[in-house]
Design a protein around this ligand. Sequence first.
Ligand code: HEC
Length: 136
Amino acid sequence: MKTSLFFLLAALCLMAVCASSQSTAPAPEQLAAGEKVYTNTCAACHMVDGSGVSNIQPALDGDAVVAGDPNMLIRVVLEGPAKVLPADRPVFSNTMPPFYQLSDQDLADVLTYIRQEYGNKASAIQPSQVAALRRE
Ligand code: HEC
């Protein structure tokens, strides 16, 4: 009786660990793919370390939009910040274009990467979440 209870508890713990790692920690392959997209597409403006350039383009490291609502973040990159963010946000002299041409997979990967790297380990973003907003 005692042993079966032990196994039941062990199984429950294992399930809890699996469930939590699925919702928060992204797969290493997704992070590696996202880092590539970031280096090719975003680092020229936001810098490799996400520190930005003051007054020209914002830092992504520690940025509230990066760590915040996934749908808002997806739309910022899909449609461009000017269309999505409040008008009274801080002013930067450069303009960020929309990145509609990136695939759902590339966008999900790069956003997951910046959320892990600069967004205090915020949740991963799936290609289906990007696809849903692209259709709207
Ligand atoms: C040509 C330079 C440039 C490139 C390339 C670029 N950005 Fe930006 N990004 C900016 C500028 C400038 C802003 C601020 C725009 C504004 O507020 O209107 C910005 C804003 C953002 C914001 C919102 C930050 C905040 O808190 O307001 C996010 C998130 C972001 N960029 C992510 C990305 C990602 C991811 C990529 C690559 C897919 C990327 N950017 C590529 C220049 C760039």
